[in-house]
Ligand binder design. Structure first.
Ligand code: WQD
Length: 344
């Protein structure tokens, strides 16, 4: 067995796919999650995919004593991948203090414990949200960080600064910040995927729930933007490709290959797709006609963003490989599996 990796938020959408890839790469994984936005059955699904059941502790990262118990119980945790966070942009506007406490204090708890238990480093789940609406596209890691459009986005910016300042203070830790674009899709086995609580905020789960009949129609939030077809543009990245980037980051960190104590990478495809283009791609790939309606803009949405992923391509040797068609098909297969299992 390779080293032990702690994955916070490991029963979540990106976390669960990353646990699978870590195990496939030979790492021993310990998952902690407070199950506020995921189900413990995900651990069974991970075991079904890889044949290895990860250790699981139901725990909130705000519980510092509980966290310390995990570090001492498992001993010799070499690195952390920190996914656990509240992540609904709209909800963060309604409940800012919940977001600031949960997302920021959780990180501080981890950073304080790391030196005490010889944890070498942390891979942090950041977001292209930190760029706001970039002035230049595609956006590179050296693009200016703009004022966040939501408390959620602000917690990502603040957490990046907390990590930078902690390392700069001389703490014996290092970090890799991965700025995701829009993660979508599901595992090809359809055993794990995106499983939002309640009404989905994000586009793809709402789209597939509309396609299967759970939702009556998909609202397209605006077609009067300054884009070719008027709808917003995003960089949609396959969740398995994204998960693989985390394993490469861990390999790099534990293999002493980092060039700086804190490294930042955009994890995106480098290709922008509009909402209407995505709908057309879904219909073409699945043969399912989608019922949608253009409505007004959603507050806080930025117009267009897509990554310049060259740094990750060159430095990490990572590249998004899965086509948008296969990614949309995986999301659709997952939605059909949920229906078969009577989950949605
Ligand atoms: C994508 C596009 C919407 C729903 C946010 C966070 C990001 C990450 C992903 C957590 C936009 C449009 C959406 C719908 C629509 N967060 N849309 N109808 O806002 O780009 O990114 O979620 O991991 O950090 O910022 O993602 O999927 O909500 O929206 O037209 O019912 O789809 O306007 O243009 P977003 P999204």
């Amino acid at each position: 067995m390779k080293e032990k990796i702690l994955v916070t938020g490991g029963t979540g959408f990106i976390g669960s796919h990353t646990v699978v890839e870590l195990q496939r790469s030979g790492y021993e994984v310990i998952v902690i999650d407070n199950l506020s936005n995921s189900k413990v059955e995900v651990i069974d699904s991970i075991a079904e995919i890889t044949g290895i059941r990860p250790a699981f502790e139901e725990l909130d990262c705000l519980d510092e004593a509980g966290l310390e118990d995990v570090f001492s119980k498992y001993g010799n945790i070499k690195a952390i991948i920190h996914f656990a966070a509240s992540k609904a942009v709209g909800e963060s506007v309604q409940k800012p203090l919940l977001y600031y406490r949960n997302n920021i204090v959780s990180l501080i708890n981890l950073l304080e414990l790391m030196p005490k238990y010889d944890v070498k480093g942390i891979v942090f789940s950041s977001s292209c949200t930190v760029y706001g609406q970039p002035d230049v596209l595609p956006v590179t890691e050296s693009a200016p960080i703009k004022k966040a459009e939501s408390p959620y986005g602000n917690t990502k910016q603040i957490n990046e600064e907390i990590i930078q300042d902690t390392v700069k203070s001389g703490a014996p830790i290092q970090a890799i910040l991965l700025r995701y674009f829009n993660p979508i899709g599901a595992h090809p086995t359809a055993l794990i995927g995106e499983l939002p609580n309640g009404v989905p905020m994000n586009l793809i789960p709402y789209l597939t729930q509309t396609a299967i009949g759970i939702r009556e129609k998909l609202s397209v939030f605006g077609d009067d933007y300054d884009t070719p077809d008027g709808s917003c543009i995003r960089d949609y990245i396959n969740v398995v490709d994204l998960a693989k980037a985390h394993v490469i980051a861990i390999d790099r960190m534990l293999g002493n290959k980092q060039k700086e104590k804190v490294e930042v990478f955009n994890i995106g495809t480098g290709k922008g797709l509009s909402v209407l283009e995505l709908i057309r791609a879904f219909e073409k790939t699945t043969g399912v006609k989608l019922n949608y309606q253009i409505v007004g803009r959603r507050t806080g949405d930025i117009e267009k963003v897509w990554a310049n992923p060259e740094k990750a391509n060159k430095e990490l040797g990572w590249k998004a490989e899965t086509s948008i068609e296969d990614t949309l098909l995986s999301a659709w297969k997952w939605q059909q599996r949920l229906r078969e299992k009577g989950i949605q």
